[in-house]
Design a protein around this ligand. Sequence first.
Ligand code: ATP
Ligand code: MG
Length: 601
Amino acid sequence: MRLSQMLFVTLRDDPADAEIPSHKLLLRAGYIRRIGAGIYAYLPFMWRVLQKVSQIVREEMNAINGQETLLPQLQPSELWKESGRWDTYTKAEGIMFAFTDRREQEVALGPTHEEVITYIARDMIRSYRQLPQTLYQIQTKFRDEIRPRFGLMRGREFIMKDAYSFHPDEESLKKTYQDMYVAYSNILRRSGLQFRAVEADSGAIGGSGSTEFMVLAEAGEDEVLYTEDGKYAANVEKAVSLPIDPETSPFTICEKRETPGTETIEKLCNFLKCSPTSVVKNVLYQVTYDNGMTVLILVSIRGDQEVNEVKLINELTKLAGDYNAKTILSLSVPDTDAQKKWTAKPLPLGYIAPNIADDYIQSVKDIAPKFLRLVDKTAVELKNFVTGANESSFHLVGANWDKDIKSPNNIVDIRKSRPGDRAVHDPEQIIQSARGIEAGHIFQLGTKYSEIMGATYTNEQGEEKPLVMGCYGVGVSRLAQAAVEQSYDKDGIIWPVAIAPYHAIVTVPNINDAQQMEAAEKLYAELNSSGIETLLDDRNERAGVKFKDADLIGIPYRIVTGKALANGKVEVVQRASKKAQEIAIEEVVSTIKKWVEEAIK
Ligand code: ATP
Ligand code: MG
């Protein structure tokens, strides 16, 4: 392609609405244009990058027997009602664009395709002889993200490869999951990214084991916890670890103490001269389930620890049945307004104990009459602890479970792991933290969707069994931007060769110089015909402008038909290292071909 004929516009200054380097650079270099919140046009360079990423993804999926398909983006609500996710996706998470068509039918734009694929499997898979199956597609997904940001990183319309597999049993699922693990690792490695595979939470998709593939970058929205020995890595949402040991409590006798103005753990510990590890703190939450039922939750946890709300949501989802509900609509820490709706009398905020009486809750419709009391393991282990006295300005010190406060029934792990904790697999290993961009996520779904939607097959013994499923997503557009986030310098993007829009750019310093133009045209034609994707910068611009633009758009190799022509040579500059060398004209094609091949091996 000739730059003189391209819609090629670069910006000198950083666009005001872009926060992270990759977003700024993609805008400045003319790869993308913002059309609306979380909505972007992929301009010609970007589209080439996306096609290259897609091609790598396609090759890796085909290599493990994936069959490419294309499923509808427009999805009838019936399917989502069958799976029980219509309310979760339209109301609770509210992430699905849903509307009513002119036939008065509810439809949605696909944020994901478990329902559609399970519907197909129910229809087409009958026998164990047809199993296993893996289907995938590369397609635009729609999600009404609350906070679309960082350009393609979190769009409301973005490109995803999603794959779904069907199996007779867990063993077969595990094999495909392992194949996917390798395929995903290959996709990221071949795209030139540094990444870490981490244990992950399965979220609203459901199911058992899942792994996220995190591209390591400071701008990442996710926190990854890992150990140096390489044996443990998990998303902080999912991570487990051993907290530091609690200090021995200075209190040996259980008594009520006046502790005015100590609503926070810090103030309390200063006042009582004790460690936060001697305190049982009690955090109030309120959850609303899909049947409209609101439940007040009291989480008791060691004073120095934080609640992991993802783990809390998982526990509350498990308990949904106790309230005749299926899923959660919302979880929050009730503010003063929210409290007014259900409190029978003012709460002793900051001084609550695990055994606060249920009569603080008014008897009103759709409010559970009792607190749901969840106690984190860190609190259960404490002896002679400090906690609220259920009376403003008073705490209990030297308290013990059973003796002073009834032992909890619901013991759970809902603490947030953090750097500095010890690892479970080896307490000598200290947990470290890094930022990551989630590029891919693979799930062992099990029978969640097949059971609820009745997708079954007949096994060898003639019995009807639910299909065992897996699902696997990779964010094609997010991955492309993540590559930039990992690879740029002050002058612009440095594309990994495998996904660069072009491999090389021939820059003509002065288009009015016939010799320069002639050499450039010749190289441009030869490079392209030998499979090296090459641009020709034949614009009527100053050489400096052209060099700046070539650096900004990040093409791996720049060939300059300048002064060296006098010696039968051209200057070749490698974008990543800025290394410049003069190469004889007749050796340019073979040299660059070798570099490209080596880089994408
Ligand atoms: P996140 O936690 O970042 O919202 P997710 O858990 O919702 O991601 P999945 O449903 O597993 O993501 O989707 C598969 C992949 O699609 C993700 O790993 C990510 O790479 C990509 N992806 C998800 N949401 C977006 C988005 N809003 N914009 C761009 N890519 C996305
Ligand atoms: Mg999401």
